[in-house]
Design a binder for this molecule. Structure first.
Ligand SMILES: *Cc1c(COP(=O)(O)O)cnc(C)c1O
Length: 387
């Protein structure tokens, strides 16, 4: 053969049987079949063998299988991010003319999708009070196709009575989806609490180093597997095997990171709760957090993110200057990495609770708690000065 053909069809290869502790990164679009009769385009690769890279290479399926194992799921689909996981669930379950329920405290882009593309498709998504519990029964209609839960809620951290919502939903045969990102898929056992679909942004705790975007949709059983799988295929939600390889590495240290983040966050939150400038600390493990009793009943731990509400004597400008004065806490979205973060939420849609620019969300990282407290202390002590 000409050397140009040899480039494509090499005869020489590395020796086989490399026994490493790590998962190889398999990149690939085309999957080669032995015979024409074997050719298929089936997304059910776990059962029926590999057909196309779009439905996952071995690296992607390895990550999905490991997530499914720790979450106790029937199967976990790996998708490009947490928001992609949210879209996939909506599109798998809702169609024109149907109705869905979502907590008003849901992740902002979830509600944006509801009021944007989904509305345009004729799907009506209604926001509900996250603390509604079994009262959700009154909102379920004959055309309700999906009920979302997210516990704790984004930014304001309300813990939901998920089992009560599941009971009311299943009474009317409506599937329940959970955004389980806060719990990293482990601190709240979604499937033991009856949820049908649980998604998380692996971007947060599983990735753990602010260097990748991925999500998972985990399903409880065969019916959800078929519904989500067929939408997954049609939407072409492929992910990068390289990112999956990083996420698999993240999983290896997830246990120690979560343990440390919980401890540091509790130390910092406990210190803030005693500070005279702070009127309340919205941390699921503290009694001051709405729905704390459900956290106590249903969760096995807390993680790194919580919010603080400043005393009413402070103006929004002083709250912004507090955040600007922080040095170890960086200003930014996303969380679950190694770096502490702070961000002000000036406009929150929270009926009956006007935080009026006095709420700051904090993400605690892997720094030493004494240094984080010193950073908060210096910023708190200077915000009192008139702007
Ligand atoms: C970050 C986040 C998402 C979205 O995840 P991306 O990977 O950034 O798309 C979804 N839900 C919650 C609760 C999140 O915090």
């Amino acid at each position: 053969m000409h050397w140009r053909s040899k480039l494509i069809h090499p005869g020489a290869h590395a020796p086989a049987d490399f026994r490493s502790l790590t998962t190889p990164t398999y990149r690939g679009s085309t999957v080669v079949f032995e015979r024409q009769a074997d050719v298929s385009d089936d997304w059910r690769q776990t059962e029926n063998g590999y057909t196309y890279g779009l439905y996952g290479t071995p690296t992607v399926l390895e990550l999905g299988a490991r997530i499914a194992e720790i979450e106790g799921a029937h199967h976990s689909f790996v998708v490009p991010g947490g928001q992609a996981a949210i879209s996939l669930i909506y599109l798998a379950y809702c169609k024109t003319g149907t109705h869905a329920l979502v907590p008003i405290t849901a992740y902002g882009p979830n509600r944006e999708l509801a009021g944007g593309l989904l509305k345009r498709l004729g799907i009506s998504v209604e926001a509900y009070d996250p603390l509604i519990g079994s009262g959700i029964a009154n909102l379920i209609r004959d055309d309700t196709a999906l009920i979302w839960t997210e516990s704790p809620g984004s930014v304001t951290m309300e813990i939901q009575d998920v089992p009560a919502i599941v009971a009311a939903a299943h009474e009317r045969r409506v599937p329940v989806a959970l955004d389980n990102t806060y719990a990293a898929g482990v601190l709240f056992d979604a499937f033991a609490h009856g949820v049908d679909l649980s998604m998380q942004a692996l971007t947060k705790y599983v990735g753990g180093h602010s260097d990748l975007l991925l999500g998972t949709v985990s399903v409880a059983g065969a019916a959800a597997y078929e519904a989500v799988g067929s939408a997954y295929k049609q939407l072409g939600m492929a992910v990068s095997p390289d990112d999956c390889s990083l996420a698999i590495r993240g999983l290896l240290s997830l246990g120690v990171r979560l343990e440390r983040l919980e401890k540091t966050a509790l130390e910092v939150a406990g210190w803030l709760a005693k500070h005279p400038n702070v009127s309340s600390v919205l941390h699921p493990a503290l009694e001051s957090c709405p729905g704390h009793e459900y956290w106590h009943r249903d969760f096995t731990g807390s993680s790194s993110i919580f919010s603080i509400v400043f005393d009413e004597r402070f103006t929004p400008a002083q709250v912004i200057s507090f955040v600007d004065r922080l040095t170890l806490f960086k200003i930014g979205f996303s969380w679950g990495g190694v770096t502490s973060l702070a961000v002000v939420y000036p406009n929150l849609d929270r009926p009956g609770r006007d935080y009026a620019g006095r709420l700051v969300r904090l993400n605690v990282g892997l720094e030493e708690s004494s240094d984080l407290i010193a950073d908060l202390d210096q910023a708190l002590n200077t915000m009192d000065a008139p702007a």
